[in-house]
Design a protein around this ligand. Structure first.
Ligand SMILES: [Zn+2]
Length: 68
């Protein structure tokens, strides 16, 4: 019943690939530092029009599979 609350996969805003939206992914909602940097560069040129500036961090995490 709790399988959907452990982690969530979203589309990376930069490359549109799969990005794990969890506390373990410090680059969320991006899939990697590379995509995050690319998107920050785009923001500097275009207008900041994303409304998600504060993703929720209160979801329970305990899956160490992505650690290290
Ligand atoms: Zn990406």
């Amino acid at each position: 019943m709790d399988t959907s609350t452990q982690e969530r996969v979203v589309a990376c805003p930069s490359c549109n690939g799969r990005s794990v939206f969890s506390a373990q992914n410090i680059y969320r909602p991006f899939c990697s530092a590379h995509c995050k940097n690319l998107d920050l560069g785009a923001w500097a040129d275009e207008a900041f029009r994303l409304g998600a500036d504060a993703p929720p961090d209160d979801m329970p995490f305990g899956d160490p599979k992505a650690a290290n």
